[in-house]
Design a protein around this ligand. Structure first.
Ligand SMILES: *Cc1c(COP(=O)(O)O)cnc(C)c1O
Length: 395
């Protein structure tokens, strides 16, 4: 069967896809329908943090589907309660709202900051300031929050009340705050925008500014959370806590799940009926999430930190040989390699032909977000492939 052709015939054309049909994965390796093997440095875009088909995740899912696949949030279910407790006990937060994706988690945060701020400061407090190059999702609220016009084009009118400022520029943020502002939203490490880290001093000043002006601070950790940065949550590198944090991508080992975590003070603005999701906190997804949390805390995060340093060191060596590499950024296993060229798609395509899956972030950055269970041998292999590709390109 030609599934690529069938897909082209029947699936809406919203992705420019690589010509691969993936059928199976184990750890950091995936296989296509021709039996070819690829080292996966994409990991479902920072989703498969435990690699493909991790035995604990598979076992947790199997056990839960035998008992109950779905029940309404009009009732309680054990995996949801257990996952909420694990998230709260290991973060700044007190309460969790579950949904199904990153964009939904951010939508929830937009509603929550508005509800809280209107109740505490009046109807005019609804404005949210976000960062240039940010990415917060594709539904209208999160899309509006996303500080990149290329994603906005064609979809006006967007949601009212958003402003954008340059990342890591405290004066710009200060100048943008007005009597309507209720919250600041940022990714501690920007993902889609090109892997840009927040500066520690900036983050500290943002928190201070928010406290002085009664604004809420939202961290979007949909990509940089869940151990990706070498700590469970990226904000834990900086000693600055948000009022709200959003999670998704890796949280349930590949099943769709999103979460918004907030302090009690802020969370209490939501009352029954204010927000909801039919599938949010689905027991199968949450059972997988519990398994993910246990594995992450049981040593996988330490591996992410060690392997992140190892990968960075390898890339820095590569930079010595290939001056076309202009910068290496990121934390843990969320790494951006910036190239001094117009477009990195050539690199990504050639690497794929040589059995290495890579991701771009914008035109000039190759993003590496391998599973956190990656080994030294696999990293060596990836570095060798990238070295070969750059040699072949003569750069
Ligand atoms: C991927 C991503 C989102 C959107 O998540 P979806 O699950 O695709 O809706 C939001 N924020 C960040 C930082 C992301 O990387």
């Amino acid at each position: 069967m030609d599934y690529i052709q069938i897909g082209k015939d029947y699936i809406m054309n919203t992705y420019s896809r690589f010509p691969l049909v993936l059928v199976r994965g184990k750890g950091a390796v995936v296989y296509d329908d021709q039996g070819r093997e690829y080292l996966d440095f994409v990991a479902g875009i920072a989703v498969n943090n435990l690699g493909h088909c991790h035995p604990s995740v598979v076992a947790a899912i199997k056990e839960q589907v035998e008992n109950m696949i779905h029940c309404s949030n009009l009732y309680w279910n054990a995996p949801q309660a257990e996952l909420a407790r694990l998230l709260v006990e290991n973060s700044f937060g007190d309460k969790v709202f579950f949904c199904n994706s990153g964009t939904e988690a951010n939508e929830a945060s937009i509603k929550l900051v508005r509800k809280y701020s209107k109740e505490n400061y009046g109807e005019n407090r609804y404005g949210i300031i976000t960062m240039h190059q940010s990415f917060h999702g594709r539904t209208l609220g999160s899309l509006t929050a996303t500080g990149q016009t290329k994603y906005h084009n064609g979809f006006a009118p967007l949601v009212e009340g958003f402003k954008y400022v340059p990342f890591n520029d405290i004066r710009a943020l200060e100048a943008a705050i007005d009597e309507n502002t209720c919250a600041v939203m940022l990714e501690p490490i920007q993902g889609e925008g090109g892997v840009y880290e927040v500066q520690e001093n900036y983050l500290y000043q943002v928190r201070k500014l928010c406290d002085e002006k009664g604004l809420l601070l939202i961290f979007d950790e949909v990509q940089c959370g869940m151990g990706r940065s070498g700590k469970l949550f990226a904000y834990q590198h900086y000693g600055v806590q948000p009022d709200i944090m959003t999670l998704a991508k890796a949280i349930a080992g590949g099943l769709p799940l999103g979460a918004m975590i907030a302090t009690d003070k802020v969370a209490s603005a939501f009352k029954p009926g204010d927000h909801a999701s039919t599938f949010g906190g689905n027991p199968v997804a949450c059972a997988a999430g519990v398994a993910v949390m246990k594995e992450l805390l049981g040593g996988v995060i330490d591996n992410a930190r060690e392997m992140g340093d190892y990968l960075k060191a390898g890339l820095l060596q590569l930079k010595q040989i290939h001056p076309v590499i202009s910068e290496i950024r990121g934390k843990g296993l969320m790494i951006g390699v910036e190239f001094n060229m117009q477009e990195v798609t050539g690199i990504v395509n050639k690497a794929m032909q040589k059995g290495l899956l890579l991701l771009s972030a914008g035109h000039r950055v190759v993003r590496m977000v391998p599973p956190l269970i990656i080994t030294r041998t696999e990293i060596d292999k990836a570095i060798d492939v990238l070295d070969d590709v750059l040699k072949e390109m003569g750069v």
